[in-house]
Each structure stands twice: as structure tokens, then as C-alpha cells.
Design a protein around this ligand. Sequence first.
Ligand code: KG4
Ligand code: ZN
Length: 352
Amino acid sequence: MERLSFYLFIIQNVIYINKEMIILGIETSCDETGIALYDGDANKIISEKLYSQAAKHAEFGGVVPELASRDHVKKLLPLISETLREASLDARNIDGIAYTAGPGLRGPLLTGASLANSLAFGWGLPCVGVHHMEAHLLINLLENPAPSFPFLTLLISGGHCLIIEAETLGKYKVLGQSRDDAVGEAFDKTAKLLKLGYPGGPAIEKIALRGDPKAFDLPRPMTKEKHLDFSFSGLKTAVFYLIKKQKNISETFISDLAASFQEAVAETLLIKSKRALEQSKKDQLVIGGGVASNQYIRTRLIEGLEGVEIFFPPIERCTDNGAMVAVAGYYRINQSHSEDIIIRPKWDLSEL
Ligand code: KG4
Ligand code: ZN
């Protein structure tokens, strides 16, 4: 009998160790519907689907929250079914559901949160709402080699520009942030001034390839000051006045201005990151968020930060996606799952 219990104990533990922990991630904080299945123990995305509404919002020059929510409602279930089908899995194989609880647009967040909680209730699974910016950071843990805590983080997205000291999982100290426009927002607004369409970041990057980054002497905002905060609205205003006084808006003028704007952003990020690395005595910089997909900015940071180990997600995982939510959910689900539908449109990372 004793021997039987001993064998049962061994079998149970071997099964436990080998048990996969599969998380379904759901991202709906803005205009991307992102779904992914993440095998946490293998640290691998099994399958993922992404639907971007960008073309729908382009005619309005920015995201219309009401339209975004309605589109998420239409796309969520078909995308989840496709993601499961592609992985040859079904609800019984999932161990938990993660959704973006904030920060983000209220309606779109609520759409994802409601569906995630309904599925979790129906399937008898734990459900967790994750922080969108923590997810942009934790997606880097998929990489090989992956960063190891503690490290410095630069998060550059459409809604945020943050320099963070990440001590350990969930312990984040905000060292600097934008006092006005986020860096992606500055790209979008500048692209609008240059009539390049929405989303502005990729459009500026594309046309800047043909431009001269030294053509216009744009400001490097707040780089003379010791603190680590940013301000990007003045940069956009400087572009506005250059356009206003220009008589001939030629293609060369636009590409030179786009390239000079991109260089001003890149140099500002570089100066602040260098200062933050020195002040915090860190030698790893982990970067995330939509603007991190900009190849020019990536190269400027790599070249300018010699001796620093820099981590970027692959380009396609810099902008919003379901994989980042599934990864964050894996690390969060045991600590903080809840049966309430929680959204936090405004949510400071240091409050985690
Ligand atoms: O992380 P993200 O997908 O959404 C938010 O969390 O906000 O970032 C979207 C932002 C947009 O402002 C977009 O213009 C910018 O990232 N972005 C870029 C590039 N691709 C996206 N900015 C500069 N260069 C790019 N290639
Ligand atoms: Zn984002």
C-alpha cells in the first residue's frame, strides 16, 4: 500500500511537471484585435492572429473609439476560433485567459474584458486582466537570449513614452515619462501635418528613407535638463511652423522634414536612455511599444549605446498583439486572477 502511494506520488508529480500551461491572450485596447495561444512552460507562442482596423480609422485621421469597439465585437470570436483551429486545440486545452485591462480606450477595453470573462466563466477557467505596457515589456521574455531582471526599460507607444527601472516582475519604478504627447502620438500628429495619413509612424519611416535627417534643425526637447521626462509636443509645433512658412511643399521638402523629425525623436530617446542607464547603473535596455518597430530608431539606439545589451521584440510584435497579452497573463494569472470584469483606461505602471 505504501509502495502504491509512493508510485502515485511520483506519477502525479511527473504529470504536474510536464503539464503545459496554455494561456489565451486577448488584446483590444485600441484598434488591433490580437489573439494568441502561449505555452508558458515551453516559452513559445503556439498560434496567433491579428486584425488591424487601421484602414477603417484612416479616413477619420485617428482611432474612433465607438467604431473600434464595434469592430472588436465582430472580430473577436472568429479570430479566437481560427487561432484554436490553427493550433489544433480546443477550450479543454486552455489553462487560463488573459485580456488587456488597461490602459487604453474604455469601449474597446470593455469589449475584450467582457468576452474574456464570459469565456472564462463558460469554460471554468481563471481569467486575468493585464497591464498593456507591462505586456509590451514582457514580450521581450520570448526572445533568446532574454533579458534578466533587473534592467532598464524604454516603452515607446502611441499612448506612452516611459523610462522604467524594472527591479523584478511587477516591481516597476517610473524614472521618466512624457509630459505631453506620447512619442507615437507625435509621429501620428506630425504625419497628419505632412498629409501622410494614419497611422503616422510607418508612413514617416517610409518617406524618411528618401530624406536627409540633417536638413532641418529641429529641437531635441528637454535633453539639456537632467531629469528623464520627455516632451514631444514642441517638436510637432516646430514642424507645423516650418510647413506654414514653406511656399513650395515639394516631395523633397516632405521627406527631408520627415527624416529630420525622425532623427530628432531618435536622438532624444538616445540621450535620455543613455542618461537613465548611467543614473540607474544598468547595462541592459529592454525596449517595447509600437515605435520600437521603427528601424531607424532601433539602429540609432544600437549604435549610440555601445556596451549596453539591448533587447527589442521582433518588428511585428512591437505594435499591439495578442502574444504580449498571453505572455503577461502567464506571469500574472496565479497572482491576480479575478471573477470581476476589470478595466482601467488610465493605469500607472508603478501602481502594479
Ligand atoms: O504600441 P502601439 O501599437 O499602440 C499603443 O499602445 O499605443 O503603438 C502604436 C503607435 C502609433 O502611434 C504608431 O504611429 C506608432 O506606434 N508606430 C510607429 C511605427 N509603427 C508604429 N512609429 C514610428 N515608426 C514606426 N515604424
Ligand atoms: Zn500598445
